[in-house]
Design a protein around this ligand. Structure first.
Ligand SMILES: [Mn+2]
Length: 417
């Protein structure tokens, strides 16, 4: 019912728009082996099925599921595009057709719509097919309407529906964040001396899997030493050194929902004085932002709060620098089925979206010292948690330790040489 309801609200909220939502195609990773298939989030959101090369058409109250593999019993070689029996329950109330029927279905319905929405530019085949259809429709359309058939991007519109999370979505997001947080607790108690960034990434990813998660929510970021000042440092073979910190931005995906967590920890047992100074400034700013979250605020106002407290902390510590250089990224982004959920940041009048119950996003202020003349050169700190807006404030979904004392306590139990 959940998926039927979502398709119905899409159809009724955008009653003049016909949607074509592809599940995605397999892409080759090497000569004969494809990348692991990741279904398009909009498709998963609207039908709950993880198959490749399928298309969902939502035409008002009527929906179609297009696939060339319906009824393909047990596949001998590959089953990535075959429907399982549990999928059929999710596709209740939907009409099945072969992919070759797409043009016919569009011809039957498009005359009742003013817009055709699909993820423009995602698939060459779909782009070409739908453009041909628009061209065809517009040639004969003038016989019954003066409104041209317009094309638009489906992601923006489905993103509006996905913006406020339903209760069961919040449960899944909480699980993703909690399981990912548990992995951080393991990491805090791990001896990292002599390990490479790659070792750390491998450890985190295998722990996500041990938590039952199917995948990482995004490519694991591990930046040790001055590489912590690169915002998205890929894990390399660089060996972690005593006295350095390591910035880790990693999380898993739970049943299609993402977490996004960043922590910075000392490679040894404790932070240096300079590292601790910066860490505390960022932590204070992050906590002030978390306190401020409630319906009616905007991500822009939260970003201002973060900058204000970072600046205040820097000033108190006697550190100078441009905030736009020290923190070159935003404080928040939407999160959900995608780690950067595609919902808009401004409303139709161009004003910042006001937070309301069920919206979920990250809070991740940071400071990165890339100027070699600074006494703080090479220190990179970002502290990131995931939240969902409640009626009065927010629920913080992730719970990995972030107090200096807590982290140093966990690190102090290590048997280091
Ligand atoms: Mn993030």
């Amino acid at each position: 019912m959940k998926y039927t309801n979502r398709r119905q609200s899409l159809g009724s909220q955008f009653s003049r728009t016909l949607f074509v939502i592809p599940s995605g195609e397999l892409r080759m990773r090497s000569h004969s082996v494809a990348y692991r298939f990741k279904v398009a989030s909009d498709f998963l959101y609207l039908c709950g099925v993880e198959v490749a090369e399928a298309y969902l058409v939502v035409a008002g109250e009527k929906s179609y599921f297009l696939s060339d593999h319906i009824g393909a019993a047990s596949a001998l070689w590959e089953d990535v595009n075959s429907l399982m029996s549990e999928d059929l329950e999710k596709l209740f109330n939907i009409e099945f057709a072969a992919v070759s029927k797409l043009q016919d279905i569009l011809q039957d319905h498009l005359r009742d719509f003013d817009r055709l929405a699909f993820p423009v530019g995602r698939s060459e085949w779909l782009d070409r097919t739908l453009l041909e259809q628009v061209s065809f429709q517009n040639r004969r359309r003038s016989r019954f309407t003066s409104i041209p058939l317009a094309l638009c991007d489906s992601r923006t519109l489905v993103g509006r529906l996905r913006h406020k999370k339903e209760a069961d979505e919040i449960d899944l997001m909480r699980m993703a964040a909690q399981k990912s947080s548990a992995v951080y607790q393991e990491l805090f108690q791990k001896n990292l001396l002599g390990a490479s960034e790659r070792d750390v990434a491998n450890f985190l990813e295998s722990e996500f899997m041990k938590q039952g998660m199917h995948w990482t929510a995004y490519e694991t970021i591990v930046g040790s030493g001055e590489r912590g000042t690169t915002l998205h440092a890929r894990a390399t073979e660089r060996i972690l050194r005593s006295g350095e910190t390591v910035l880790i931005d990693a999380a898993g995906e739970w049943q299609g929902y993402c977490a996004d967590i960043t922590r910075v920890l000392p490679v040894g047992k404790s932070f240096s004085k300079e590292q601790k100074t910066i860490y505390e400034i960022v932590l204070k700013a992050q906590k002030e932002v978390l306190k401020k979250i409630r319906p009616g605020e905007t991500l822009a106002s939260l970003h201002e709060t973060a900058q204000q407290f970072l600046l205040q902390g820097l000033k108190e510590a006697g550190i100078t620098g441009e905030i736009s250089e020290l923190m070159p990224h935003s404080t928040s982004h939407w999160i959900g089925m995608d780690v950067h959920d595609p919902s808009a940041y401004v409303d139709e009048s161009g004003n910042a979206v006001k937070l309301s119950e069920g919206m979920s996003f990250t809070v991740e202020p940071g400071l990165y010292f890339r100027d070699k003349s600074s006494a703080y050169y090479g220190i990179g700190v970002r502290i990131e948690d995931d939240v969902v807006v409640t009626d009065q404030g927010c629920e913080i979904l992730s719970s990995a330790s972030k107090e200096v004392e807590e982290i140093e306590n966990l690190r102090s139990k290590l048997e280091l040489n």
